[in-house]
Design a protein around this ligand. Structure first.
Ligand code: TGC
Ligand code: FAD
Length: 385
């Protein structure tokens, strides 16, 4: 019996998927885990790790061609799980690179965009970010103010984007803007005059991740910079489906890590003459965590199979993101309680995960947005407005 996989959900994976999970886990435990609490405390993520992530095939992992690994969506999910078992910031880096920036270029870009950016991004030699949210337009991205207008053959972009992961380290930004033809996406090299990025400090969550504000001031782009076909919110939302899918797997990793730490700690720590694990109230916590982790893992595998057979719907992804992140947060809080005072320090992972999961619950659609998406699917009635 494996207490970390009580329902043996890993048996539902193929040999290849398990091998990929083991490879990522081995790498993450050796190269990332020893340093993560220092990075978190310092509020940084060293960019030197990005080429190593590329070498492992983790960047744009489930995309085809252009140097991407072309794995199953399930294998990509397993990789997200193993990265987020270390820290949500690491999974976030990979999500934004592969599922948002690279996916957007792969799905909606021209062949020239793909040739120019994807091979370098897959190798971790170029970094991407994805600018949708604005200070005044978060859950309601349709109300964005950033706009692009044609000046002869050129596009001129003005506006700003807020809370953009990897914004200050990016070589290329996918920026969504209002135009007179609806919302359109632009491929913006970050060395274009008029583009600036400023890091957002004083974060209490996702500290091992770069978060930035983008300022676009008369950024002049050639006519070829725009995604040619897609108009409207379905462009960015199609990318969010990809990233939300990775997140629902990542949450399993964070939850497992917290549960594992609480289980180990409860067996070692003695109070009132016996291990914490020997008290009924602690066993209740451990069992609740085990059930939450197992259910989240099964949800992830099922959604992976639906995605691999191209049957998955955005509302099913909302279900997975909402349910798994909510469960992971609950597990992290419970694990923190099991560790008592020790749980509040960076010597353990539980409170770092807990703080990270507050962001994970907010970005890529808040709990409320996913609740309303599922509610609309169940009832046929949209209650967003
Ligand atoms: P609505 O009228 O429902 O839809 C507008 C158009 O979009 C289509 N659509 C989708 N297409 C693909 N996938 C989806 N999930 C879609 N949802 C909707 C829809 O069919 C329609 O198409 P068309 O052709 O008719 O124009 O739009 P709405 O304005 O009512 O908003 C819907 C809502 C609230 C669900 C949506 O705006 C939303 O999801 N809001 C949350 C915003 C969000 O998640 N932002 C994330 C920013 S990126 C980020 O956080 C990165 S974090 C870093 C990391 O991942 O690590
Ligand atoms: P708001 O939309 O202002 O919502 C505030 C609260 O009101 C939430 O609880 C929300 O659910 C609730 N609410 C809003 N509307 C309704 C309603 N109709 N009914 C009920 N409740 C409602 N964005 C990007 O584009 N790219 C990125 O790379 C990126 N990275 C991020 C990294 C971090 C660390 C963080 C924190 C955010 C990031 N985001 C990114 C932004 C993220 O997607 C937004 O924060 C998120 O979409 C929520 O928007 P908001 O923060 O403006 O909250």
């Amino acid at each position: 019996m494996d207490p970390l996989d009580f329902l043996q959900s890993d048996h539902l994976l193929s040999d290849d998927e398990r091998t990929i999970g083991q490879t990522v886990s081995d790498y993450a435990k050796a190269e990332l885990a020893p340093y993560i609490s220092d990075w978190y405390e310092a509020g940084k993520i060293p960019t030197e790790i990005i080429p190593a992530l590329g070498k492992l095939g983790l960047l744009g992992m489930h995309l085809t061609g252009y140097g991407c690994a072309n794995t199953t969506a399930t294998a990509y999910g397993v990789a997200c799980r193993e990265l987020e078992a270390i820290d949500s910031g690491l999974r976030s880096l990979v999500s934004v690179q592969g599922s948002l920036a690279m996916f957007a270029i792969h799905r909606w870009g021209t062949e020239d965009h793909r040739q120019e950016w994807l091979p370098r991004m897959a190798a971790g030699e170029a970094i991407g970010c994805f600018g949708l949210t604005e200070a005044g337009a978060g859950s309601d991205p349709g109300s964005m103010r950033t706009h692009a207008r044609l000046d002869g053959d050129d596009w001129i972009l003005n506006g700003s984007k807020m809370w953009i992961t990897s914004g200050t380290i990016a070589d290329v930004a996918v920026v969504w803007a209002q135009t007179n033809q609806g919302i359109r996406g632009f491929v913006v090299p970050t060395d274009t005059p008029g583009f600036a990025a400023h890091e957002i400090g004083r974060k209490l969550s996702l500290r091992a991740s770069v978060t930035a504000e983008l300022a676009l001031s008369d950024v002049r782009l050639p006519s070829t910079a725009v995604f040619p076909e897609v108009r409207g919110l379905k462009g960015p939302l199609s990318c969010l489906n990809e990233a939300r899918y990775g997140i629902l797997w990542g949450a399993v990793g964070a939850a497992r890590a917290c549960y594992c730490e609480a289980l180990e700690y409860s067996l070692l720590r003695t109070q009132f003459g016996k291990p914490l694990a020997g008290f009924q109230l602690t066993q209740r916590k451990l069992v609740d965590m085990s059930i939450a982790v197992s259910n989240a893992a099964l949800t992830a595998v099922q959604l992976g199979r639906l995605k691999d057979t191209h049957c998955i719907t955005p509302e099913q992804i909302s279900h997975g993101k909402l349910a798994n992140v909510r469960s992971a947060l609950e597990v992290a809080r419970t694990a923190r309680a099991v560790l008592g005072a020790a749980g509040i320090t960076l010597d353990h992972s539980v409170m770092r995960h807990m703080n990270n999961l507050e962001t994970v619950s907010t970005y890529e659609g808040t709990e409320e947005m996913h609740t309303l998406s599922i509610g609309r699917a169940l009832t046929g009635i949209a209650a967003f407005r």
